[in-house]
Write a protein that binds this ligand. Structure first.
Ligand code: SF4
Ligand code: SF4
Length: 672
């Protein structure tokens, strides 16, 4: 099938038209490439970070998150707006190619195999133009009238929306003017241009119509080219980087801190990130990908409780510093200027770095899969390992972890005292039990934690689970050391435990602490042990299903369930603890912020070791959210959440009215 080409312009003679368009295109491409090339070179020089494993999973993520825009629909109206623009962009790429084709080949006839396909595309294209126009108008309304606080309302953001609007309007005008000049060319397959041409443009003077046709053509291609030149210098650079950024995102799971440091590598002078170029290339790609949408700020417990940490601002500060540092990073001269403010204590304040609980709420929301926890921990590594600057409370904790393998200074030889009188077997490598119960530091040493451990033991015994413990040979997983930036200490502790597991032939592990769970399951494979790690909520659910655990339901518990970040967001275990609770009580009450959006209690990221001096305590904040359901019991499946929430209840004089219980305590007969 052959189509009339809607010849580009009468303003420029046909023979010069390709040259004019060619010059405009070359200039724009030159400006575009000059903008992205330095960024690309910096990425090439940044620290390595292997991100090409598990291609099928990466592809699925890309299809679901980047192309289907799944994360954006958590906020339906703005999500739909963004999705309409993104999908429209995909559909209209072919239309843009057509505009450039007819500009470069004004007298060519355009052949297309398959009339039905072309008609279908034309109709779909018009529908897309309409949808994108409405989405842009809604976007402008939000930015200019509603002005949500989470957005950065920059001039450039508005300009880009206006440019998209110009591209849509000129598309219709171009076609409409052609239909007005050639009435027989209108078609129901091109409804917008046909209606515009026949109803609004046909009555106009033919000279005016011809000028409108030319204006529409050059307006359309100029807006596209101008848009291209703006991309590398604005937040809209994410149009280029977001699809690769999603493809290259962390597929090992949120809880897995990537990049174990090789302390033996020669020539290493500093560890962690003390300068912007010490981040991995993927971390830097993240910075270029931020859309400034502010979704990451919405559920950050640190920001909400008044700490000096806004995840969005952290990214923007790092990105701006990266851009300022680029000339220095690419200069052959040592000491070239650019980005001279120190990263730690200058661009990013220490308190900002220590405010993070590594809860992952920001990552859960980010529509382009920007990673925060890795960056925060890299900054902490820089502070701890390279600059020896960290909160005083951590000094004692590091010392105790190193000498006693727990953060609180208890003697290593008292690690098994919690099990006295409980008749628990010690692991015997010649007669191994099915499971090892890894009780963790909290269960072994904390008075409240010991009660939870006793409950777990009691349930395992009544269900005849074959298990034993390591006793004094168990050590801290190293999770608090790692999250506090002391990777060296984590390496030491994890290596010791890994050796024990290997030497004793441990294969299956039960834990009740989500931090131990996360570390053993996701981080120990780097130490050569691939354990089957089961959280007690999962095992209890299974034992209930198999009828190995019996329970008598209580109807009057009014129990609200609080999701632990390291069990839920980091490891996607949401249903098992709820199923366990449902066996004992009516379906648990749900706070407004739950599951993927559950608010952190404030303990994660080694924050349970630190004083909370600024703003509201995060545990108090979470207690307020939970108390809105008017519960009698707060159910949790993390011993650190128990401590934090009990502290919150005490501070609010609610401890006599509301209890915080681990799910094992609710299910079993061993309440504290
Ligand atoms: S990990 Fe949690 S505390 Fe840290 S920045 Fe993200 S949302 Fe805030
Ligand atoms: S990091 Fe992600 S969620 Fe936060 S502002 Fe940037 S794009 Fe939005």
């Amino acid at each position: 099938m052959t189509f009339p080409m809607n010849r580009a312009s009468e303003w420029v003679t046909p023979s010069l038209q390709p040259a004019v368009l060619g010059i405009l295109t070359l200039i724009s491409l030159g400006v575009f490439l000059a903008g992205i090339w330095p960024k690309f070179r910096v990425l090439l020089r940044a620290a390595p970070d292997p991100r090409f494993d598990r291609p099928a999973k990466r592809l699925m993520n890309t299809l679901s998150i980047a192309f289907a825009q799944s994360k954006l629909f958590k906020n339906p109206a703005p999500g739909l707006m963004h999705a309409a623009i993104f999908w429209g962009f995909m559909v209209l790429l072919a239309r843009a190619a057509q505009f450039f084709f007819i500009g470069f080949f004004p007298s060519a006839a355009f052949s297309f195999p398959g009339e039905a396909v072309w008609r279908g595309y034309s109709l779909f294209k018009d529908f897309t133009v309409l949808a994108v126009t409405l989405a842009v108008l809604y976007g402008l309304y939000r930015r200019l009238i509603v002005r949500p606080p989470r957005l950065n309302l920059s001039f450039q953001g508005n300009l880009i929306l206006v440019l998209i609007l110009v591209i849509m309007v000129t598309d219709v005008l171009f076609e409409g003017a052609f239909v007005a000049a050639h009435p027989q060319s209108g078609s129901p397959w091109e409804p917008l241009g046909t209606v515009a041409g026949r109803l609004f443009l046909a009555p106009l003077d033919p000279g005016v119509v011809a000028n409108l046709h030319d204006f529409a053509y050059w307006g359309h291609v100029t807006a596209i080219l101008f848009f291209l030149t703006l991309l590398p210098h604005s937040k809209h650079f994410h149009i280029i980087t977001s699809i690769p950024n999603v493809f290259l995102s962390n597929v090992a799971g949120k809880g897995n801190l990537l990049r174990r440091i090789d302390f033996e590598a020669e020539g290493r002078e500093s560890f962690g990130a003390t300068r912007i170029e010490e981040f991995s290339w993927k971390a830097l790609l993240d910075l270029h990908t931020c859309t400034e949408c502010g979704r990451c700020d919405l559920f950050c417990p640190a920001l909400k409780s008044g700490k000096p940490l806004s995840p969005k601002q952290l990214t923007l500060d790092l990105r701006d510093h990266l851009n300022r540092s680029t000339p220095r990073l690419l200069s052959p001269e040592p000491g070239a200027p650019g980005g001279d403010v120190p990263l730690l204590g200058g661009v990013i304040q220490d308190e900002t770095v220590w405010s993070c609980t590594t809860c992952g709420a920001c990552e859960e929301e980010c529509p382009v899969m920007i990673e925060y926890v890795n960056k925060v921990v890299d900054l902490r590594r820089g502070l701890v390992l390279s600059e020896s600057r960290y909160p005083a409370e951590l000094k004692a904790a590091f010392k105790s972890l190193e000498t006693n393998s727990n953060p609180w200074g208890f003697g290593r030889d008292s690690r098994a005292d919690w099990a006295r009188g409980l008749d628990v077997k010690l692991w015997d490598k010649d007669k191994p039990t099915e499971y090892l119960y890894f009780v963790g530091c909290n269960g072994a040493f904390d008075a409240r934690g010991k009660k939870i451990a006793a409950s777990v033991v009691s349930l395992l015994k009544s269900a005849n689970v074959d298990f034993s413990i390591l006793g004094v040979d168990e050590g801290c997983t190293g999770d608090p050391a790692r999250r506090a930036g002391n990777e060296y200490l984590f390496d030491l502790l994890a290596s010791q435990n890994a050796e024990t597991f290997k030497e004793r032939g441990v294969k299956k592990v039960i834990v009740h602490c989500p931090h131990c769970f996360n570390s053993l399951k996701n981080e120990y494979p780097e130490f050569g042990v691939n354990l089957e790690v089961v959280h007690h909520s999962e095992l209890l659910e299974k034992l209930l299903q198999e009828g190995r655990l019996k329970t008598s339901p209580e109807s009057d518990m009014r129990t609200v369930y609080h999701d632990s970040c390291y069990l839920g967001r980091h490891n996607k275990i949401y249903d098992a603890p709820r199923a366990v609770l449902s066996a004992k009580t009516a379906a648990p009450l749900e706070p407004e912020n739950r599951r993927e959006r559950g608010t952190c209690c404030g303990a994660g990221g080694a924050r349970f070791l630190l004083e909370e001096k600024t703003g509201t305590r995060m545990s108090h904040q979470r207690v307020d959210e939970l108390m809105a359901t008017n519960p009698k019991t707060i159910a949790v499946s993390c011993p650190f959440c128990v401590l934090m929430l009990e502290d919150g209840l005490k501070a609010k004089n609610l401890a006599d009215q509301v209890k915080v219980l681990d799910i094992s305590e609710i299910l079993g007969a061993n309440p504290p």
